[in-house]
Design a protein. Structure first.
Ligand SMILES: Nc1nc2c(ncn2[C@@H]2O[C@H](COP(=O)(O)OP(=O)(O)OP(=O)(O)O)[C@@H](O)[C@H]2O)c(=O)[nH]1
Ligand SMILES: [Mg+2]
Length: 246
């Protein structure tokens, strides 16, 4: 079965879908292919804004207002999963058959971490994307959870895939392009100033900001110039590994 076939199969075997998003970039980590297909099948989708610990309170508040039915989690802290657990228990309680809960989303958003925190499962988690290779079922009482490999929409560009932490930056060509895109996104927040302790103004280009980070981190090549390849990989890697809060 091809990749999309596996996804369809997972969707068909689910009574409810937990679509896990990276709360730092929720729009980029939604998946319209999955959402459309779920709508056709009539399967309920619940949005989970995971890695909420990496997002400032004001932004979380705005997201909560916009997505009243969603859940906000830090899957490393079990108690943040309690409202979701309660919600699932409630819908599963009077069912004759166990409620099948599929955990779907981009690679690396924290699907397996969520499963581990919702249950006593000990699925492998890692900052390297593509950790979960096969669909796996875990049964707890009247709930059957399905952990799934991450899904990247077919139409996604390479840059977007790297931004969503789905492709390891050390295995990517042209890391500068991805770093510039990330800087362009993050410069609207205080994330870069706070994380790298740099200062810049509206007049600075993405490239200027990029060089300031390389300089601050002393990423130099012989002759004192900034090592641009290394700087790009470090910035994107920091992002992918959750070291940059927004
Ligand atoms: N800060 C933070 N990091 C998280 C959170 N959830 C997961 N992570 C980290 O994100 C990385 C990916 O977590 P996984 O649970 O392996 O993600 P996944 O979606 O199962 O990934 P694949 O199996 O590759 O599709 C790991 O380094 C986790 O420690 C969270 O809520 N907050
Ligand atoms: Mg996984």
């Amino acid at each position: 079965m091809g990749y999309w076939g596996v996804v369809i199969n997972n969707l068909k075997n689910a009574d409810i879908i937990l679509l896990v998003l990276d709360a730092r970039i929720p729009e980029e980590t939604r998946n319209s292919e999955i959402e459309k297909r779920a709508e056709i099948l009539g399967t309920r989708i619940v949005l989970i804004f995971n890695k909420a610990d990496l997002v400032n309170k004001k932004a979380i508040k705005e997201l909560k207002e916009k997505h009243k039915d969603a859940f906000f989690t830090n899957s490393k802290k079990r108690q943040t999963l309690l409202p979701l657990k309660k919600y699932l228990n409630k819908i599963s309680e009077n069912r004759l058959k166990a409620l099948r809960v599929a955990i779907l989303g981009y690679p690396n958003v924290g699907k397996s971490s969520i499963l581990n925190s919702l249950t006593e499962a000990k699925e492998k988690i890692s900052s390297v994307s593509g950790t979960t290779k096969k669909t796996k079922w875990i049964r707890v009482g009247n709930l059957r959870y399905m952990d799934t490999p991450g899904v990247i929409p077919k139409k996604d560009s390479k840059t977007k895939v790297a931004l969503t932490s789905s492709k390891d930056i050390y295995k990517t060509e042209d890391p500068e392009k991805i770093a510039f895109r990330l800087i362009s996104k993050l410069r609207k927040t205080n994330a870069l100033q706070e994380n790298y302790r740099i200062k810049f103004t509206k007049k600075d280009s993405e490239y200027d900001i990029f060089l300031k980070i390389g300089e601050k981190k002393k990423l130099l090549i012989k002759g004192g110039e900034i090592d641009e390849d290394k700087t790009a990989r470090i910035i994107v890697s920091d992002w992918q590994r959750g070291k940059i809060r927004v």
